[in-house]
Ligand binder design. Structure first.
Ligand SMILES: C[S@@+](CC[C@H](N)C(=O)[O-])C[C@H]1O[C@@H](n2cnc3c(N)ncnc32)[C@H](O)[C@@H]1O
Length: 248
């Protein structure tokens, strides 16, 4: 247990793989890893918010050298406990500011984790930090949900994303500030547990502008890892920005 583990403390880390179970399905993980192997092109990869190694471990098994930045020691302890988990270098720190030796071919930030930075300043700093770690021609990949404002009736602030017998999830939007709070409620051993996490949502074009501020440009945007087209109905995006091989 560590006071600086953020929202992914010991309690959350202990259950992370189980509660995010469907995200560990090979049908979900394999297309992510396939694309990252391609983008790495034989070079090293940097994962921001590496967590318990959901993507980093299978990527390393495909021969890519992976380094992670992670705030939560509790999450990293779970990574370390897995086969070959000790082979992956991890820098403990905030991925908006933490620095790592070396340059990388690809940096990636998946599973909505850009939204864990709850200010625009921190998100911009993250893009700048990534650009400083990429070699010329290197790229930055983000996977994040598209803000669900079209599904929010005028005046409403709450949208349910999960309702079942024992678990409920609600997103609470503040359209004035772009704050988004995810409330998770779950019955555990007959008792109701609540866990609320603050996020900041950002528009696809806002992310492009952050990339531009960091000296990168959009290479491609899809709505999934299998290069599904991005349209006005897309619920999530996979965007790739590149650091020019010849800046200027
Ligand atoms: C949703 S989990 C994703 C973990 C892993 N990337 C995956 O796909 O399973 C988000 C992770 O990012 C970490 N994280 C959140 N904000 C961070 C920050 N500012 N700096 C470093 N790590 C952060 C959390 O501790 C957590 O492990």
């Amino acid at each position: 247990m560590h006071a600086d583990d953020g929202y992914f403390d010991e309690r959350v880390a202990a259950r992370y793989d189980e509660s995010a179970g469907e995200m560990f399905d090979p049908a979900v993980v394999d297309p992510v890893v396939d694309l990252l192997v391609e983008l790495a092109g034989g070079g090293p990869a940097l994962e921001l918010g590496i967590g318990t190694g959901r993507i980093a471990l299978p990527l390393a098994r495909r021969g890519v050298s992976v380094h992670g930045i992670e705030l939560s020691r509790a999450m990293v302890a779970r990574l370390r406990a897995k086969p070959r988990g000790d082979d992956i270098g991890v820098t403990i720190g905030d991925f908006a500011t933490a620095t790592v030796d070396g340059t990388f071919s690809v940096a990636y930030l998946v599973f909505n984790t850009i939204m864990n930075l709850t200010t625009q300043e921190a998100q911009v700093a993250c893009f700048r930090n990534v650009a400083a770690h990429l070699g010329p021609g290197g790229c930055f990949v983000i996977e994040v949900g598209v803000p669900e404002l079209q599904r929010l009736p005028p005046g409403e602030t709450i949208r349910a994303f999960h309702v079942s017998e024992t678990r409920w999830g609600f997103d609470e939007y503040d359209v004035a500030t772009q704050d988004l709070t995810s409330h998770h409620l779950k019955i555990v051993d007959g008792r109701l547990e609540r866990h609320s996490v603050p996020f900041r949502y950002a528009w696809p074009s806002e992310l492009d502008l952050m990339a531009q501020l960091a000296g990168m440009r959009l290479r491609e945007r899809w709505s999934g890892w299998k290069r599904e087209p991005y349209t006005s109905d897309s619920r999530k995006l996979v965007s790739i920005w590149e650091k020019p091989a010849n800046p200027g």
